[in-house]
Ligand binder design. Structure first.
Ligand code: ARG
Length: 574
């Protein structure tokens, strides 16, 4: 691994302590034996043994130069594609609900998911992306009733999603037996509309399709602005034909049983007496209540015959395994759904052990976006901010900043810069904290030109790319390793960071954590800035000039590639 501190060298191996424990031998002794057999003299200075048994490696400048020269010839960008080790992934991300506006929270699943997809593909893996839209279920009974009895056509025309949201809220208030507005007749009417829809009633199906079409227009516009694409958009409704079969099969196998008219999966059905079962604290079907462990069953069929979110997700795994036979299915979904996924994965494992033997199921959760009060972000009128409005505001704020600094540029150009910078800043702010932590939303911080922000990295990119462009002119041929001279501290530091790009991508993919890549490109941008301040490029003598030009070119390439994998564009002036 890259050494945690330059004083230990460039790379460090800490595996020998664990290995020594297994071999019941002294770790320093083992480290001495291993380092004696290492054949790395062409790459590193003599390997140092440190502390209880670390191996420290210091690269030789000639070895660094050879890697840089190969990268400058276009042979690699500091990583090897997976090749025969390529895996197949299904990534389930974004997955908003039909007939509702996409809100601020959707930027998390959409941005983290898209970055992971791009990184896995860049590493050479096969990735199938699937947008698991919430387009089926109880809310449609209410929406259908609302559409038939209280639709405002003009409002629908003007802003379809806002009108659908209004209908839903109005009818929902009448169907909620906890509210003073509760009207049992309306609730029954809504249920009736849902039953008709699920039975295939032509009129209801037609309205439902229209609601889907209107929602898809909204989604497409947002995904277009964010530059996000999906291979498949198989919403929950797609799985409807298989739901009854899932319940039948689980019941027949004794994994589920009926309880008060509903059908559910219980801990004792999944792990019968006498079979190895998880400890209560690791058992997703138990919760602690007043010091006692009580059942937390997973519902798969409601008493009215309808099916649950869980049933759909089980049918979805079945479909994905049969269709794509993946090595892993990744769900990029809010941490609040962690209990759902623990139950889902446990049921899948008992239902079809052969699936989970082949296919790893991973919930990639994430925390909340907060306001300065550390509570979930709200607009001034107390609502959850809509994603489209947030994208607009990011572009507007960036335009004001660009105009302040570059009033000389034509408006169209300033708008293009503002789009790239504004959306980049918003995405980067969301990817920078570790995904599981909550973070505080802050316009000024995300748009700042200094500090760990997208605009800072985008700006260092423009500088490196410009020097590289200006320096090229004189028809350089391929660069030989001995043309790369690394003497100054800032040159060496920059070169060594470039070498760690591939390692960073792998680490990011391994932990499903784009923050590793953010921090890396920020470090690289900062190292470039220090290099630029201390090492003249175009005015330097040969061979230094060419050597430094190569560093600029490769830095620009890695910054651009890294940002692109985070879904962030670059421009050539800011
Ligand atoms: N539509 C769901 C929601 O908005 C998210 C779906 C996530 N994916 C899944 N396979 N359950 O909460």
């Amino acid at each position: 691994m890259p050494a945690p501190d330059a004083k230990f060298g460039d790379y460090q191996c800490n595996a020998l302590m664990t290995l020594a424990r297994e071999l019941k031998t002294n770790p320093r002794q083992l480290a001495t034996e291993v380092s004696a057999k290492l054949d790395v003299a062409d790459l590193c200075e003599p390997v140092e043994i440190a502390g209880p048994g670390f191996l420290n490696f210091r690269l030789k400048p000639a070895a660094i130069a050879a890697v840089l020269a190969a990268a400058a010839r276009g042979e690699h960008l500091f990583f090897q594609p997976a090749g025969t080790a390529a895996r197949t992934y299904v990534v389930d991300f974004s997955s908003p609900n039909v007939a509702k506006p996409m809100h601020v929270g959707h930027i998390r699943s959409t941005g983290i998911g898209d970055a992971l997809v791009k990184i896995l593909r860049r590493l050479g893996h096969r990735v199938v992306t699937d947008n698991h839209l919430g387009d089926w279920g109880t809310q449609f009974g209410m929406l259908l009733l609302g559409w038939k009895t209280r639709l405002d056509r003009a409002a629908l025309e003007a802003d379809p999603i806002a009108e659908l949201e209004r209908l839903y809220k109005e009818v929902n208030a009448l169907c909620d037996d906890g509210k003073p507005t509760f009207d049992p007749a309306v609730r029954d009417a809504a249920k009736n509309e849902l039953v008709k829809l699920q039975a295939g009633d032509a009129e209801n199906l037609g309205i439902w399709r229209e609601m889907q079409r209107l929602s898809q227009l909204q989604f497409d516009s947002i995904y277009g602005r964010l530059g996000v694409k999906f291979d498949h958009t198989l919403g929950e409704s797609f799985y409807n034909p298989w739901l009854a079969g899932v319940v039948e099969e689980l019941t027949a196998r004794g994994l589920a049983r009926s309880s008060k008219d509903a059908v559910a999966v219980f801990a004792d059905a999944l792990w019968p007496e006498g079979t190895p079962r998880p400890a209560p604290k690791d058992n997703p079907f138990l919760v602690q209540k007043d010091g006692e462990w009580v059942d937390l069953p997973a519902l798969i069929q409601k008493s009215d015959g309808g099916f649950n979110y869980m049933t759909t997700d089980l049918a979805t795994i079945q479909h994905r395994v049969r269709e794509w036979n993946p090595d892993e299915i990744i769900y990029v979904v809010d941490d609040r759904q962690a209990p759902h996924f623990r139950q889902l994965f446990a049921i899948a494992g008992q239902w079809h052990p052969e699936w989970t033997a082949k296919t790893k199921l991973t919930h990639v959760g994430f925390g909340k976006i907060c306001g300065t009060d550390k509570k979930p972000l709200k607009t001034r009128d107390g609502n959850t901010p809509k994603l489209a409005a947030l994208l607009d505001e990011a572009e507007e704020r960036a335009l004001a900043l660009v105009t302040e600094k570059r009033a000389d540029l034509p408006l169209e150009r300033r708008q293009e810069i503002a789009r790239v910078v504004g959306l980049g800043a918003l995405k980067y702010q969301d990817l920078l904290p570790h995904r599981t932590s909550d973070y505080v939303f802050n316009w000024d911080k995300m748009l700042a030109l200094t500090g760990n922000t997208a605009p800072y990295v985008q700006y260092q990119f423009t500088r490196a790319a410009k020097v590289a462009r200006d320096g090229r002119g004189n028809g350089q041929g391929p660069v030989a390793p001995d043309q790369i001279v690394l003497v100054e501290e800032q040159e060496l530091a920059l070169a060594k960071l470039l070498l760690n790009y591939g390692h960073t991508l792998e680490r990011t993919a391994l932990d499903y954590a784009p923050n590793f890549l953010c921090n890396y490109i920020y470090e690289l941008a900062s190292a470039y800035s220090r290099f630029y301040d201390n090492c003249p490029v175009l005015k330097a003598e040969e061979p230094t000039r060419t050597s430094r030009l190569v560093l600029c070119e490769l830095t620009a390439q890695v910054l651009q590639d890294g940002l692109a994998l985070l879904g962030i564009e670059t421009i050539d002036e800011m």
